[in-house]
Design a binder for this molecule. Sequence first.
Ligand SMILES: [Fe+2]
Length: 230
Amino acid sequence: MKKALLTLSIVLSIILTQGLTALSYSKETYKFEVKPLPYSYDALEPYISKETMTLHHDKHYANYVKNLNAALDKYPDLQNLTLYELLSNLDSLPQDVRNIVRNNGGGVYNHELFFNIMSNKNNPVPTGKLKEGIESTFDSYENFKSEFKKSALDVFGSGWTWLVLDKNNNLCIVNTPNQDNPICCGLKPIIGIDLWEHAYYLDYKNDRSKYIDNWFNVLDWNQALKNYKN
Ligand SMILES: [Fe+2]
């Protein structure tokens, strides 16, 4: 019995740790599924509360998945496309479904990346090639953080701030409104911070600045490095 429980525990652990990885190359197509967090709901405390993570994952993210599937229900031709393929070819989608996929497909992609690049594993600074790239582009990691935060504070209303690779594989910081994703513009996201109020209001009220500062404490640069290499 103990052996069976141990095996089950290992299997669950593998599912939890692999549930949100390798997003860009995910082969998943319709119907999209709500993937579990790769950590417990309270893992990011005290910086992001269990209550925020529960609402964020179980309600907001789950609704984007549900709405995306509902939009694709009546489009069999689109049901064999991955999320990446849908979002990077928005202009080719039927007009009556384009904005629904843009908002909800973007919501799914953004949140899966966001949940995946956070952890309590204490990987608080960039390493390897990503460290070199950040230092050569922004002079230092501290300067990068300062520019990233400044950009995030400039987002008016709801949106995201990203570290991306552009078409020439140069690192740069970009903002997107609503649930738009950089892949719509041919950019490759490495990290992104959710600046919708649902991401921080329960914990920080209107203090977006403090949320951004504390978010860096749960940003997992090892996972960011994987995105960079991909
Ligand atoms: Fe969100």
